[in-house]
Design a protein around this ligand. Structure first.
Ligand SMILES: Nc1ncnc2c1ncn2[C@@H]1O[C@H](COP(=O)(O)OP(=O)(O)O)[C@@H](O)[C@H]1O
Ligand SMILES: Nc1ccn([C@@H]2O[C@H](COP(=O)(O)OP(=O)(O)O)[C@@H](O)[C@H]2O)c(=O)n1
Length: 425
């Protein structure tokens, strides 16, 4: 009979987000003989003496859960745990299942030994009761080389209870990346209210959140565009957005705006240090503030905007969806749609350059790099996912401009496209 707590219906699947592009997937099987026969175990479980552990917290768009996940990630880099390798882990339902997504970590301890397990237990006990700390998954080899997961609930005072013991069996990669269904609530906010409510939950521990909300609430709702054209310039870092927006401003006598707007950019660092849920909500609200600036300015002159909604969505999607470009939500997915309550520009141009040219320009500029920019350089997959997400945006979509030629030529192309779409200026 299957061990207690492990029924066929409640069978979670796991995807390990390895450093490679693939999701390494496994599931749990109740009975010893069932499933997986002949298929190799997922390669993320290293052979003895190495040991593996797992921790998962709900991926529901909740501020406390998002902060618990981030706290655990930070703590897993410290003390005796620093010698472990930590990989991202997503726990999702088998096809047809109803379980909500959980996000966590697969912890590989290359040396094995009791110290790591003790440190993990201490770490979990130190997290307090709210939200409840996740159970600890411990993986151990059976007599015939098969692998078992023991799921332990830790008692606050010490000791632990076995929740279930189940065999680990290799599984197919799911047809859709497990993070895709939750994206719209966890990272891409499709209305002012959705983003606002996340930032509102942060006011008790991020004082700047109140200031951001005050600014947002001062903006007129549903700002309408004036009669002058509004042109947005998008693209990866160092593709020439600053250069192009400045020249377009001079050529058209336009007003130049940027997202996030100046009035909240002093708080960027604070929000960039927060988990995705909070960080992306901050940038989303920035766009609504910019919208009210665009509405006002476009009654008086053309407006050119350096980054806007498409940047917020594309970076959010690309950071949340691990692995290869094929893991992105399919075209026409809701996360590629413009929020209905956000002022739409007349034209969005996406500047693209080859990866080599972009790195040349980054080095030429010689400014300090943000963590995300460094990651972009190190991880060309991430760069490809940002660019592909930009290209999938709809209503309005992005019109691509090859920004590799000289500054003068790029400007000529951009002005030509503006003229074509927005008529005489
Ligand atoms: N068409 C171009 N050809 C060569 N270098 C360029 C061109 N456009 C911009 N640059 C240079 O590349 C670097 C990045 O450009 P920038 O406009 O700051 O990009 P972004 O605002 O997209 O980060 C700057 O040093 C800039 O002078
Ligand atoms: N509208 C915006 C603008 C920036 N961002 C975030 O800010 C980062 C890039 O901003 P940046 O100021 O470094 O961009 P550059 O203008 O320097 O190219 C992206 O990685 C996004 O995470 C956003 O989410 N939404």
């Amino acid at each position: 009979a299957p061990p207690a707590g492990c029924s066929a219906q409640a069978r979670p699947c796991f995807a390990v987000e390895g450093p490679g592009a693939d999701l390494v997937c496994f599931t749990l099987s109740g009975s010893e003989g069932a499933g997986g026969s002949g298929r190799p175990l997922p390669r993320c479980f290293l052979p003895a003496p190495a040991r593996c552990y797992s921790l998962c917290v709900p991926a529901a768009p909740s501020v406390p859960a998002a902060r618990l996940h981030r706290r655990l990630r930070q703590r897993l880099r410290q003390g005796p745990l620093a010698r472990c390798r930590v990989l991202g882990l997503l726990c999702y339902s088998a096809p047809g299942g109803q379980a909500a997504l959980e996000k966590g970590f697969l912890i590989q301890d290359p040396q094995g030994g009791a110290e790591t397990e003790r440190a993990l237990e201490e770490l979990l006990r130190g997290q307090g009761a709210l939200p409840p700390p996740p159970p600890l998954g411990v993986y151990e080899a059976g007599e015939r080389g098969e692998l078992w997961q023991c799921l332990w609930a830790l008692r606050g005072a010490g000791g632990r209870d076995l929740l279930r013991r189940a065999r680990v069996v290799a599984a197919e990669e799911p047809p859709l990346h497990p993070a895709v269904p939750g994206l719209r609530h966890a990272a891409v906010f499709l209305s002012l209210e959705a983003a606002r409510s996340v930032v509102e939950q942060c006011t008790s521990f991020i004082p700047e959140a109140t200031a951001v909300l005050d600014l947002v609430d001062k903006c007129p709702k549903h700002s309408k565009k004036g009669d002058f054209p509004v042109i947005v310039i998008e693209g990866l870092d160092a593709t020439g957005k600053t250069t192009v927006t400045q020249s377009v401003k001079d050529s058209l006598n336009a007003l130049l705006l940027r997202s996030p707007p100046a009035c909240i950019s002093q708080w960027r660092k604070t929000f960039d240090d927060e988990p995705t849920l909070i960080r992306r909500a901050f940038y989303a609200l920035g766009n609504y503030i910019v919208a009210s600036e665009i509405a006002k300015a476009s009654t008086e002159s053309p407006v050119v905007v350096d980054r806007y909604w498409h940047s917020t969505a594309a970076y959010a999607i690309a950071t949340e969806i691990s692995g290869k470009v094929q893991n992105l939500p399919p075209t026409q997915h809701e996360v590629y749609q413009w929020p209905e309550d956000l002022l739409k520009p007349d034209l969005v141009l996406l500047l693209t350059v080859s990866p080599e040219e972009r790195i040349r320009r980054l080095q030429g500029r010689g400014l300090e790099k943000t963590e995300e920019e460094t990651e972009l350089e190190a991880n060309s997959l991430f760069r490809q996912k940002v660019e592909e997400s930009y290209k999938r945006m709809e209503n309005p979509g992005c019109q691509e401009v090859d920004a590799s030629p000289s500054r003068e030529e790029v400007l000529r192309t951009v002005l030509h496209l503006i003229k074509k779409h927005c008529g005489s200026l």
